[in-house]
Write a protein that binds this ligand. Structure first.
Ligand SMILES: [Zn+2]
Length: 200
């Protein structure tokens, strides 16, 4: 923790040459994309995309799950999506899954998550989408197929949000599915794999 604190304390000195850029951020934000990915510490959206502060609006959840839209109730994910599309008017939404994902591996293997009830409840609705994928995610190749199917399912959930549906229909929003390998830093655009990123 001390190491992180030391790095945070020196941050202002480290960006001294970009002071003007940082000052301009006070005027507001106009990010190009909403980037939805897993909370996994090995996935760093701004590093992968070489984005500067202000360029990416991020939504990170365990297993990069996008919960189905419901009109009622409090939902942090829905609020983030709504704000990104309606207020910030992002032009792209990227759902990025990743290799070696503990959440998707647990889902695919049917792990006992009884000691993690919040995780179990959060992930459970995502299990059926993986039932068509072969293999039990015992190795990287099998897990990759599960993660890619899982990403496609989250994109499908995203399409159920009225804000997303309207913006896509109006031609002002693009949806993208990505897969990132944490061990090689490779980024695959799954649209090229599935044609329609909403299918797996
Ligand atoms: Zn993950």
């Amino acid at each position: 923790m001390n190491d992180l604190l030391e790095r945070a304390r020196s941050f202002q000195q480290r960006i001294v040459r970009d002071r003007g850029y940082y000052r301009s951020l006070a005027a507001g934000q106009a990010p190009a994309a909403l980037f939805i990915t897993c909370s996994d510490s090995r996935v760093v959206p701004s590093l992968i995309t070489d984005a500067h502060p202000g360029e990416l609006f991020e939504l990170r959840t365990a297993g990069h799950v996008v919960p189905p839209y419901t009109a009622a109730g409090r939902c942090a994910e829905a609020a983030t999506i709504e704000y990104a599309v309606e207020v910030l008017r992002v032009r792209e939404v990227i759902v990025c899954g990743h290799s070696h994902c503990g959440a998707v591996a647990a889902l695919a293997r049917g792990d006992d998550l009884s000691t993690l009830p919040s995780v179990a409840n959060w992930l459970a609705p995502s299990r059926p989408a993986l039932s068509s994928v072969r293999g039990a995610a015992e190795d990287d190749i099998e897990l990759e197929a599960h993660v890619q199917c899982h990403v496609a399912a989250q994109l499908e959930a995203l399409r159920g949000y009225p804000q997303i549906e309207r913006a896509v229909a109006a031609g002002r929003l693009g949806l993208h599915a990505w897969y990132y390998r944490v061990d090689t830093a490779e980024v695959k655009e799954l649209t090229a794999v599935y044609g329609d990123p909403g299918r797996c």
